[in-house]
Design a protein around this ligand. Structure first.
Ligand SMILES: [Zn+2]
Length: 310
């Protein structure tokens, strides 16, 4: 997979097969593409490449090869000013990957689908449940995932890692690496629907509901991802396992709403296949009527991690 070859001047010659459409940006250099992004209101910045399988930053132990900013203030320096972009991508670093700052500055949030953590399966399940995503700029990432752009709603949207298995949100204070950047795997980022081929669509309303239900994990925290990988709950055990968890949560004084939110996360992350939302709600409401045991309030203080929760 990590075959070494000379660093290409521009997009890797071994681009992943395209979907049959010509991808004009792959014929352009980083400068031209970065300027094009700026025309569409996206704020960009230069990122180290990793086309040779090694990060251009020179650190053989780089933790984020081909994905970290070259600018001193990282993605916070992102800009759509022509002079700045020319300085970065022509004068200073003509061989660069391109980062796009997400959030209000660029007017977009990004659904980041990571198939290595089952993001493709999570997205398929969501599409089956809620219907297809709207047509909107979408890139195939160099690692085989997807970046789906949605319009920023105008109120703050933080970064969210693993709100469902393999699904992250890049919002205010975040960024993505954009086509035609090279990926450490040897692949390239490539638009499936480019920003100049479709307007950025509004995020489907179910996405906001899901995000509000699954709590507020900060980017970079191991939290959800680690837990969700823990144990699969197979068909035949799903209802009774969720009911048992619900009972435990109720005894600890959690409200029906809190229990329901937690069960939704367990359901989507561990139940195989997940139950319908309505069934999870039924389990939560079935325990919601019970009075919590009197010692409940003290139990919530046992876990020292609670102190760090916002
Ligand atoms: Zn590096």
């Amino acid at each position: 997979m990590s075959e070494r070859r000379p660093r290409p001047r521009r997009p890797s010659p071994r681009r992943p097969r395209s979907n049959g459409r010509s991808t004009a940006e792959s014929a352009l250099g980083p400068l031209q593409v970065a300027l094009k992004y700026a025309e569409f209101g996206l704020q960009v910045f230069p990122v180290f490449t990793a086309a040779t399988g090694l990060c251009q930053c020179g650190d053989s132990d780089c933790k984020s090869p081909g994905k970290h900013p070259k600018t001193q203030h990282g993605h916070k320096a992102a800009s759509s000013e022509r002079s700045k972009i020319v300085e970065w991508f022509e004068a200073l670093w003509p061989e660069s990957n391109i980062g796009i700052a997400t959030g209000a500055a660029s007017g977009v949030i990004v659904l980041d689908v990571d198939p290595q953590h089952d993001g493709d399966k999570s997205l398929t399940a969501l599409v089956e449940q809620y219907g297809p995503l709207p047509r909107t700029p979408t890139a195939r990432t160099g690692g085989g995932g997807q970046h789906v752009l949605f319009r920023h709603p105008g109120k703050r949207v933080g970064n969210r890692v693993g709100f469902l298995p393999g699904l992250d949100i890049r919002g205010d204070g975040g960024y993505i690496v954009a086509p035609p950047s090279s990926h450490v795997s040897g692949g390239c980022y490539e638009w499936q629907v480019a920003p100049w081929d479709a307007q950025v669509a509004e995020a489907p309303s179910w996405l906001w509901v899901l995000l509000s239900r699954t709590g507020s994990k900060k980017a970079g925290r191991a939290g959800t991802r680690g837990r969700l990988d823990a144990e699969r709950i197979p068909d035949g055990e799903r209802n009774c396992t969720l009911a048992s968890l619900a009972g435990t949560m109720r005894r600890r004084g959690m409200t029906e709403e809190e229990i329901c939110a937690a069960l939704m996360e367990v359901n989507s992350g561990r139940c195989d296949p997940p139950l319908l939302d309505a069934e999870v709600e039924r389990v939560a409401s079935s325990v919601g009527g019970y009075t919590p045991a009197p010692q409940a309030s003290t139990l919530t203080r046992i876990d020292p991690r609670c102190a760090h929760e916002k």
